[in-house]
Design a binder for this molecule. Structure first.
Ligand SMILES: NC(=O)c1ccc[n+]([C@@H]2O[C@H](COP(=O)([O-])OP(=O)(O)OC[C@H]3O[C@@H](n4cnc5c(N)ncnc54)[C@H](O)[C@@H]3O)[C@@H](O)[C@H]2O)c1
Length: 252
């Protein structure tokens, strides 16, 4: 029997037009949640919604740039208007500009604006709603680069370390108010983001596989499983935790 542990719950996923976000939106829907799919890429977001509906689920798309406060406020308002509440939020939208000059100020600023301020803004409006309801669960997407550095990149690891800091601090602040806040730290996962990085150098794929103890990249669904567990009642005593899902990458 399908696991329907999120039946009656409402889940919001940012960066859900593709990759990890799409896989998690589909997984939430499969587990019975009503899903708000959000992204800046409209065609991909609407495709995710169609995939959910085709499988018998309930979803809507809201186009949102997570670095824009008014847009994020409107996203949470639309969620509540349509579905009445917000139980789970996966703040996953992010960018990783690879093959660029690490000292480029624009690259650094964009990384902080989308990867860190985006999570800050999402939590700000999601938590305000969750407080009104008496609780909720939030998962933010960090990275293994939120725990260890990355030679040749500055903005991305700085931002992803920032996501861990935001997660831990919000978890402490709301621990007694029924809101759990955790993060996932994916290793190298096969998505468009990784394909873009590999496109610049065909040896990158082999390098990644060699550096990952399990000898392969992860699949988006392997991150989705972690997100659902963190949002579920099975993780009822887990908060402030950066969950590493990386095939052993940072175990060295
Ligand atoms: N793929 C990996 O190996 C890997 C590893 C560690 C962490 N991550 C993180 O996982 C998350 C998802 O990445 P992915 O691999 O699925 O990549 P992806 O590029 O397929 O998905 C990222 C999504 O975020 C959206 N997005 C970008 N800027 C946005 C903005 N300002 N507002 C709203 N949406 C925006 C994109 O349109 C895209 O759909 C990112 O935060 C990324 O940093 C990925």
């Amino acid at each position: 029997m399908a696991d329907r542990q999120f039946e009656g719950k409402v889940a919001l996923v940012t960066g859900a037009s593709a990759g990890i976000g799409r896989a998690t939106a589909l997984r939430f829907a499969e587990a019975g949640a009503k899903v708000v799919v959000s992204d800046v890429v409209v065609a991909g977001g609407e495709e995710t919604v169609q995939m959910i509906r085709a499988a018998g689920g309930d979803a809507m798309f809201v186009s949102t740039d997570v670095s824009n406060a008014a847009a994020v406020e409107a996203l949470v308002a639309r969620t509540v208007e349509r579905y009445g509440r917000l139980d789970c939020a996966f703040n996953n939208a992010g960018i990783n500009e690879s093959g660029v000059d690490e000292w480029d100020e624009g690259v650094f600023e964009r990384s902080l604006s989308i990867n860190v301020k985006g999570v800050f803004l999402c939590m700000k409006y999601e938590i305000a709603q969750m407080l009104k309801q008496g609780g909720g669960a939030i998962v933010n997407t960090s990275s293994i680069n939120g725990l260890v550095g990355s030679a040749g990149q500055l903005g991305y690891p700085t931002g992803k370390h920032g996501v861990v800091g935001l997660t831990r601090s919000a978890a402490l602040r709301y621990a007694r108010e029924g809101i759990r806040v955790n993060a996932v730290c994916p290793g190298v996962i096969l998505t468009a983001m990784t394909e873009r990085a590999m496109a610049s150098n065909p040896q990158v794929k082999q390098m990644i596989e060699t550096m990952t103890p399990m000898g392969r990249m992860g699949a988006p669904r392997e991150i989705a499983e972690g997100v659902l567990w963190l949002c579920s009642d099975k993780a009822s005593f887990v908060t402030g935790h950066p969950l590493v899902i990386d095939g052993g990458f940072v175990a060295f």
